[in-house]
Design a binder for this molecule. Sequence first.
Ligand code: HEM
Length: 520
Amino acid sequence: MEQKRCGSKRRGIPLSTVLLLLLASYPFLRAIYNIYFHSLSSIPGPRIWSATRLPFVRSLLQGTIVHDIQKLHRQYGPVLRIAPNEVTFAQPEAWDDIFRPPQGQFLKDPIWWRRGPGMPMSLISAIDPDEHARIRRALAPGFTPRALKGQEPFIQRYVSLLADRLRETVLAQPSSRAEMDIGPWFNFTTFDIFGDLGFGEPFDCLQNSRFHPWIALLFNSVKAAAFVSATRFYPAIEYILMKCIPPSLKKMQQDHFQQIVDKVHRRLNYEMDRPDIMSHVIKAGEELPIDEINVTFMVLTTAGSETTATVLSGTMNYLIQHPDQLQRLTNEVRRRFKSGNESDMTLDSLRNLPYLNAVLSEGLRLCTPIPWVLPRVVPPGGATICGVSLPGGTPVSIQAYAMNRDPALFRHADSFLPERWLSEAATDEESPFFSDRREAMQAFSLGARSCMGQHLAWAEMRLILARLLWSFDFEAPKNKAKWLNWEDLRTFLLVEKRPINVGLRLRSDNCEERLSASKC
Ligand code: HEM
């Protein structure tokens, strides 16, 4: 009996229990490894973010990721570990080190760009540099300054329609002063412009004064898209989620895509030659298979419209809350186009208005629509970024939001001060902005994957803002509770939408008097 008891003692804890214990303690052991023994353990960052991906995912799902990371950068410095295997940078040198490295490209991190099952490759999702270069080559002629010249009449048409619609809204008010959310109007205009340039047909948002259902569905699914992205860090959860998607939702997704396929199809069958973006793709012939054209034009619709509208919304929001800057810009535009003929306002004539460019640069800095440039992966041999050596395979990203608002890089970094972008700020040592690190702001990114649409974006932003200020007097809503603080907006891959309330009336008749009385 005694012997038996000793025997059972020797057998000890059953193997299954040991395995279970090991399994249960794995996350803790892994977290300890990540904090103390991982190859990134010397990179500054909060322990909990270095130990596990969970805080990052929570922040992503809450939409507070850019603000949370900004706070962490302030606390830990410009090089920050934001997950066990990921490092992010808020230092100007990171742009060149990641996006224009001397040897070879840092490729996009597949976790963010992996294509859905059955989805063809697009310009944005192509990771292989040769594939990406092939697609970009086929599209590039449609985005040159020369091509833009041919596209100008399309752009002008929708900006005129925007001004007409706003005029009607104002005149419908008994007081001839309207108070409205101008954000959707910027979206209506940029989506209509891209619709015409891409597919030869607008989305008719301006015509109908409301979002086309395709765009409405896109905006409604942004939070869900952020959720799907978050599950990619946990393949088992992603697998289950994909299995749980109801057929009705899958059908909705397919129909959404099919609408773009139909638009592309209609455009490709046009007999006439029109100088839009698609015409260049047609000329490139076989270079781009039809399924790649479909997906590329679907992502371009968002990339080319929502971004520009976000900057315009943010810039207008800052302008109405800064009456001096608003007045200075209004004066610049109205003085330059005194003759009273809006058609004088061409893309060429608007290119060199110093204060207009400064205001929009400041808008791009504070309201950058891509506040966090999604990660790239350090090439296999490893690389040095901002003086920090990182092993191959490490995802690295740039925090544009944190960098653009860093007081070490920009004087009064959180304030709207377009003057920092005037040429004298860079040359006059007395200027308070002389030491600003303007090269930190790269809203269109750099290198082989920089924004293809930046000429178009600048053209649209200049024309829309100038035309509106030329035609209307803007002001902040009388009720301060209706003012929006841009810093409160969350980010779910795209910047959250909230009303941009403005007061506007038709440009007053005594404008010339005010101009001559103004000191600007
Ligand atoms: C103010 C407006 C805009 C901003 C701030 C902006 C910013 C950016 C940024 C930062 C990227 C790089 C993203 C990355 O590499 O992860 C990008 C890529 C891109 N943008 Fe824009 N964009 C704007 C407007 C437009 C417009 C109007 C179009 C054209 C219709 C456009 C087309 C593209 C394309 C095609 C790419 C992908 C380039 C490639 O992967 O080769 N963007 N944009």
